[in-house]
Ligand binder design. Structure first.
Ligand SMILES: NC(=O)c1ccc[n+]([C@@H]2O[C@H](COP(=O)([O-])OP(=O)(O)OC[C@H]3O[C@@H](n4cnc5c(N)ncnc54)[C@H](OP(=O)(O)O)[C@@H]3O)[C@@H](O)[C@H]2O)c1
Length: 254
């Protein structure tokens, strides 16, 4: 029998898709999100469709005490895969956006991911086995005007995860960073950025993104930029001046 997978942000979008993929693979699931009704709905669906064991935890990952509580509750479970997926964006001019929301975003996108990786990663190293998937973005590579803090959080995810993967090379534990571009989930709606150019061009379907991400995780790849157009976009930025990259990024964000 396969072990446990912990997935944050399992109530919607990519996290929900990862939950279905992993349940289909026969893993038992630990699902994390804030919305209890959604967590129950997803858990019931997965149990019914895939006959797996599912635990769900209502956790606000922007709150340190709730992250600590989650870590204690899952401490004794042999977690073979950790998917740090929960995340959100605060869109708008930095001088006018709500600092409190940005602080929460830094907690969810950076601090909770780092804490869960530290605590669960340590156990994986002891077990000499484990896979960690951290969700970055093409914003990990390209600064985003009107998304300045969000893209900076995703740069952190990429830098941290790539370095950690190298550090853990001989341990049997891999750390894979997934960098999607615009994807059809609740992400844009929650940040009130549905009408910007980025989300009106080449938006990928969530199932396709999740499947490509899972393949990369399974192979233990260090980094996977999802989709050919996103790969090319990142590649081009290596050959053009930063000023031009920022100009184009600024247009895409409006
Ligand atoms: N969609 C895109 O275009 C895109 C592009 C690049 C990267 N990404 C990244 O992909 C990841 C998944 O996002 P998505 O596109 O699937 O968006 P989504 O549909 O909005 O899902 C976000 C998930 O994160 C959870 N979440 C948000 N705040 C939370 C908090 N404080 N505590 C616990 N859970 C929280 C939400 O659960 P609850 O609401 O139940 O708390 C939800 O399950 C994120 O890291 C995002 O940055 C998305």
């Amino acid at each position: 029998m396969k072990g446990y997978v912990l997935i944050t942000g399992a109530t919607s979008g990519l996290g929900y898709e990862f939950s279905k993929i992993l349940a289909k693979e026969g893993y038992n699931l630990i699902l994390v999100g804030r919305r209890k009704d959604k967590l129950n709905e997803v858990s019931e669906e997965l149990i019914r469709r895939y006959q797996v064991y599912v635990r769900s935890y209502v956790v606000d990952l922007s709150k340190d005490n709730e992250i600590e509580k989650l870590c204690k509750e899952v401490d004794l479970l042999p977690i073979e895969i950790l998917i740090n997926n929960a995340g959100f964006n605060v869109y708008g001019e930095f001088t006018t956006t709500d600092l409190k929301k940005e602080e929460e975003m830094i907690w969810v996108n950076i601090i909770s991911l780092t804490k869960l990786t530290k605590i669960i990663g340590k156990k994986m190293v002891e077990m000499k086995k484990g896979k960690i998937m951290n969700i970055g973005s093409i914003g990990s590579y390209i600064p985003g005007p009107l998304n300045s803090v969000y893209c900076a959080t995703k740069s952190y995810v990429l830098s941290f995860s790539q370095a950690l993967n190298e550090e853990l090379k001989a341990s049997g534990v891999t750390v894979t960073t997934i960098c999607p571009g615009a994807t059809n989930t609740n992400f844009a709606k929650s940040a009130n950025m549905e009408s910007i150019q980025l989300f009106n061009n080449n938006v990928m379907e969530v199932t396709a993104v999740a499947n490509l991400a899972y393949k990369a995780l399974d192979k233990g790849k260090v980094t996977e930029i999802i989709g050919l157009k996103n790969k090319l976009t990142v590649l081009i930025t290596k050959f053009i001046p930063l000023s031009l990259t920022l100009k184009v990024a600024s247009k895409m964000m409006r």
